[in-house]
Design a protein around this ligand. Structure first.
Ligand code: HEM
Ligand code: HEM
Length: 189
């Protein structure tokens, strides 16, 4: 398929040009794997009883693990990463030109994945750690909670930055399409 030249620097677009999307699909699948194992584990009676005893799903340290960690690994990792890949693919195939920036797509991918992995791990580790301290009635829980409160916004911001870069790339791709359609056709195109 012949397409107009875009930022990708090519005027030919074949299956190989979309290979960069495979890492989104792989990361989505891996996230569903982690999220579904997490979902099953949180239903096993001893784990369920432990989670209930530390506040899940309504509040306390338990709600960091169920539902927060579980919901985000599935919805951002499993669903949103796949939605990113699908929308990049559809915009370039239907629009007939490469997306605004392949480099920004790669950067947004790695930023989202880094933010998500750290967000998930912080929620699970600090949920369990604070949960154990709560059960032991240990006053160290306040210190640990302060550490959690300092770390989680960092992970959340990295994850948010990845998502916003994706959104910017999508919007700029649409702007490119609009610019293309407002230009008069060149001879032979
Ligand atoms: C084998 C797969 C899965 C199992 C066994 C599972 C199990 C669970 C359980 C036990 C809860 C907590 C219910 C509660 O404590 O109130 C939950 C909540 C949740 N799950 Fe899953 N889940 C699975 C897959 C998924 C997938 C694939 C998604 C998303 C695509 C998902 C999204 C959610 C969300 C958003 C919540 C929170 C719901 C709320 O706001 O209360 N889960 N899941
Ligand atoms: C940077 C991105 C995001 C951050 C930092 C974030 C963070 C949060 C936080 C802090 C909560 C509620 C906390 C609480 O109740 O204590 C929450 C709830 C939730 N978020 Fe997100 N979120 C993000 C993006 C998303 C996206 C993209 C989705 C879906 C595709 C999503 C789905 C949910 C759901 C379903 C809940 C409710 C979970 C429950 O309490 O049952 N989030 N999120």
């Amino acid at each position: 398929m012949v397409v107009r030249e875009g930022r990708g620097g090519t005027n030919q677009q074949g299956p190989g040009d979309h290979r960069y999307l495979l890492k989104f699909v792989l990361a989505s699948g891996l996230s569903f794997l982690v999220g579904s194992v997490h979902g099953v584990l949180q239903l096993l009676p001893p784990i369920r009883a432990w989670l209930d005893s530390i506040g899940s799903p309504y509040g306390g340290p338990g709600h960091l693990i169920d539902p927060l960690a579980h919901a985000h690994i599935n919805l951002i990792g499993g669903v949103t990463l796949l939605a990113m890949a699908v929308s990049y693919y559809l915009v370039s195939v239907i629009g007939g030109r490469p997306i605004h920036s392949r480099r920004l797509a790669d950067l947004s991918f790695w930023t989202t994945v880094t933010g998500l992995a750290s967000f998930y791990l912080i929620l699970v580790i600090f949920g369990a750690w604070q949960g154990e301290l709560l059960l032991a009635n240990d006053p160290a829980i306040e210190q640990v909670h302060r550490l959690y409160s300092a770390l989680v916004p960092v992970a959340a911001t990295i994850m948010g930055a990845g998502i916003w870069m994706y959104l910017a790339n999508l919007l700029l791709s649409f702007r490119g399409l609009r610019r293309d359609s407002s230009q008069p056709p060149t001879p032979g195109s």
